[in-house]
Design a protein. Structure first.
Lengths: 122, 106
């Protein structure tokens, strides 16, 4: 059973860069048919997909965040990461990492991290 | 865009229906997630109508035309949660979530 765990600062200053890492255990991040995603959720609001990376390096991003977001992967550490620059209070949210299963040519999130609260302060 | 009702209320033992509307969603695979307070979402229905192992048979799904539906039969207090629908758009390479529906068990 694969497990995901987010880590990183819980407080980021406005205009600076948010950096989070997701560590995958119980399975290889290099396994086929899997995309590795970031999803966020502001308090009391719904889920928002941030973006995803495939082990080959290809990425897709939410168009509303694309200019500020980079997702990367480190196979040697079985980790993938999120960087979001020029953050504002609107980026305050719980950030989840999740595994996207693409075995049927789709994207189904079958494993999630517990979530990591990031607060942007002025 | 996927449109869900913000809230649905149902008495215990009755049937709850959560809808997810969008342009031609029936042509895409629909997935449904249950999220309880302070927890990560968990998939309860995938590929329109399939149930993962461990999800009660009371949960079912359908997807056709412009509306997908999550149905929970014989609702229990433990089903109280937020429910989200989700699709993958292969044309734009984008994931979309519905706005979520809060299910209240009266």
């Amino acid at each position: 059973q694969v497990q995901l765990l987010e880590s990183g600062p819980g407080l980021v200053k406005s205009s600076q860069t948010l950096s989070l890492t997701c560590t995958v255990s119980g399975g290889s991040i290099s396994s086929g048919y899997h995309y590795w995603s970031w999803i966020r959720q502001p308090a009391g609001k719904g889920l928002e997909w941030v973006g995803r990376i495939y082990i080959g390096g290809s990425t897709n991003y939410n168009p509303s965040l694309k200019t500020r977001v980079t997702i990367s992967v480190d196979t040697s550490k079985n980790q993938f990461s999120l960087e979001m620059n020029s953050v504002t209070a609107a980026d305050t949210a719980v950030y989840f990492c999740a595994r996207g299963n693409a075995m049927r040519g789709d994207c189904l999130f079958d494993s999630w991290g517990q979530g990591h609260l990031v607060t942007v302060s002025s | 865009v996927l449109t869900q009702p913000p809230s649905v209320s149902v008495a215990p033992g009755k049937t709850a229906t959560v809808t997810c509307g969008g342009n031609n969603v029936g042509s895409k695979s629909m997935h449904w997630y249950q999220q309880k307070p302070g927890q990560a979402p968990v998939v309860v229905i995938y590929y329109d109508s399939e149930r993962p192992s461990g999800i009660p048979e009371r949960f079912s799904g359908a997807n056709s035309g412009n509306t997908a539906t999550l149905t929970i039969s014989r609702v229990e207090a433990g089903d109280e949660a937020d429910y989200y629908c989700q699709v993958w758009d292969s044309m734009s390479d984008q994931v979309t979530f519905g706005g979520g529906t809060k299910l209240t068990v009266l």
